[in-house]
Design a protein around this ligand. Structure first.
Ligand code: NAP
Length: 518
């Protein structure tokens, strides 16, 4: 059986023994072994700092952008092969695998064009110079400089391609080498992508390293110039934040954790309208796409009381059309969860939600999985719950079932109440509201804004053009306050800033300007 390798210190290294086995979650077939035992993580970080950092810092933004463009091109060339890996190792349907892979090279390509636009400079100025006293001889300005450490990119299992490259694009454009640590469960994809870019001979020495499996004692060797960009559960995120080495060295850490995202239907929206159709489409997409394993998926649906019955009918009808099963089986549009352990965890959390909600659509014990008559795969059907009372159903605002599950919450239709209920989730990555009433929208934006990283307004004006709210775009920030980790990724140069030091430089203005080629 294949054994995945680690790429550290400029070489492909096999870990000692077998620490884990990757599976096809739809069939239970064993695919590959992984191990990171025996890897010297301290040496891996030092190699990246000593070779990769100087190589990237010597390049201009335009050159780093060109590197990102080459990475995007070679990944694109292997698109079909990578889709097959997503289907096999993550249980993705072809559409779900494309979402991940296209997101990876699309983000790299976008950052490539940002680099090109910044041009032949290695400096990124932040704002204008300002006089410091009465004369203009003493001035100050801010500038971003790349940190002299390693970008340690720790990712969750649901987006092994996109998750790794959305972080890598920002770090490399900043001029910081990358050490990627994808989640073990689905790391076949990340390993193959790194192999592709290394084989293409485009990465300067030490600029990209990979760990295919457990992180071992990696965190114990972090230094104050390193940055950890973490995506995963809130629990692991808080362990990372409070890691003794992170605290002792003041290691910069960004956390993208889970979130109980809301979709809110405005009371003005008629059930026969385009805006309502958009709302239903988004809820259905977020339940079923990647079998609900998206950090941005809609977990709570706030619906004005008088529209609840209609919504239940519409969702039951739409969801019944989406067939679940082994991904390459004819007609299948939803795959399994990413593994048996993930199914078990989702079932346990669903049981906890059922202590304060009622199941209105779907049955975890009675479903059809096409192509899997024996039910060996990690399948969970689409499930819709109903919370009769937003406050009594406290677990709905605390527990994330990382699967095809959402909860309907009837409310009085007011913006204040919608924002209050959304706020019970204590911080979200994204909230979506659907309304053609500008007064409702304005009040809601003000009330709910501080609790979210991103807010999507669905209306009849955007209905034909709106992507699903779960889609993350490189030009807009991804992250959210509180429970969502309080991180901020992407957002154009905002995401690059994480890997840089913002420096205030003060002195004789013309001299400073000459150094920075203003
Ligand atoms: P997880 O269990 O928290 O693991 C996340 C990553 O942390 C994995 O790579 C894991 O490695 C690693 N890790 C765990 N312990 C570590 C340690 N001691 N040192 C270094 N690394 C360590 O999360 P998951 O199960 O993979 O992903 C699902 C969760 O991620 C969900 O809650 C979801 O909401 C969240 N998520 C959030 C976002 C976002 O952008 N906000 C995006 C996607 C997913 P191993 O796999 O080797 O254990």
């Amino acid at each position: 059986m294949q054994k995945l390798k680690n790429y550290v210190c400029g070489s492909w290294i096999e870990g000692e023994g077998i620490q884990g086995t990757l599976l096809n979650p739809a069939t239970g077939e064993e695919l590959a072994h992984v191990s990171t035992a025996g890897i010297d993580f301290e040496a891996a970080l030092s190699f990246a700092r000593e070779h990769g950092g100087p190589a990237l810092r010597a390049m201009t933004f335009a050159e780093r952008g060109a590197l990102l463009k080459s990475m995007a091109s070679v990944i694109h060339e292997h698109r079909e092969e990578l889709i097959a890996i997503g289907v096999k190792n993550a249980g993705n349907t072809r559409g779900d695998a494309k979402f991940d892979i296209d997101g990876s090279f699309g983000t790299l390509a976008r950052y490539a064009s940002i680099g090109k636009k910044l041009g032949d400079t290695r400096f990124w100025l932040d704002g204008e110079a300002q006089d410091m006293g009465q004369s203009s001889r003493m001035q100050g300005r801010h500038v971003f400089v790349p940190r002299k450490g390693v970008a340690v990119l720790i990712n969750a299992y649901n987006f092994p391609a996109w998750g790794m490259m959305e972080k890598a694009a920002c770090a490399i454009l900043a001029g910081v080498p990358v050490l990627a640590k994808p989640a073990t469960l689905t790391c076949m994809m990340a390993e193959r992508i790194v192999e592709i870019i290394i084989e293409a001979g485009i990465m300067p020495k030490g600029t990209f390293s990979l760990i295919s499996g457990s992180a071992g004692d990696l965190l114990d060797h972090l230094g104050f110039q390193d940055c950890v960009a973490f995506t995963g559960s809130a629990q692991t995120g808080s362990m990372m934040r409070s890691h003794p080495r992170v605290l002792a060295k003041g290691v910069r850490i960004g956390v993208e954790a889970d979130s109980l995202n809301c979709a809110i239907l405005g009371a003005d929206v008629d059930v026969d309208s385009e805006t309502y159709d958009l709302f239903v489409r988004d809820v259905v997409t977020d339940i079923t796409q990647k079998a609900g394993q998206k950090c941005t998926a809609i977990r709570r649906v706030l619906v004005p009381k008088e529209k609840l019955a209609n919504l239940k009918e519409r969702l039951a009808s739409e969801l019944s059309r989406i067939k679940m099963g082994v991904p390459d089986t004819e007609g299948v549009r939803m795959g399994p969860l990413s593994g048996p352990k993930q199914l078990l965890e989702a079932r346990e959390k669903l049981d906890q939600l059922l202590t304060c909600t009622e199941r209105v659509i779907g049955d975890p014990d009675d479903f059809v999985a096409l192509g899997d008559p024996e039910k060996v795969g990690a399948f969970m059907p689409s499930i819709v719950l109903e919370a009769k009372d937003a406050d009594a159903a406290d677990k709905v605002h605390k527990i994330e079932v990382f699967g095809p599950v959402t909860t309907l919450i009837p409310f009085d239709g007011s913006a204040k109440e919608a924002a209050r209920i959304a706020g019970l989730g204590e911080g979200g990555l994204v909230a979506t509201f659907y309304s053609d009433d500008r007064a409702f929208a304005a009040e809601l934006i003000e009330e709910i804004g501080p609790f979210q990283g991103r807010l999507v307004w669905g209306s009849k004006r955007s209905a034909g053009a709106a992507p699903s709210p779960g889609t993350v775009f490189p030009d807009f920030i991804h992250g959210g306050p509180g429970r969502a980790g309080d991180g901020e990724e992407l957002g154009g140069m905002r995401g690059v800033a994480f890997y840089c030091q913002r420096l205030a430089i003060q002195g004789y203005g013309p001299l400073i300007d000459r150094v920075f080629k203003v």
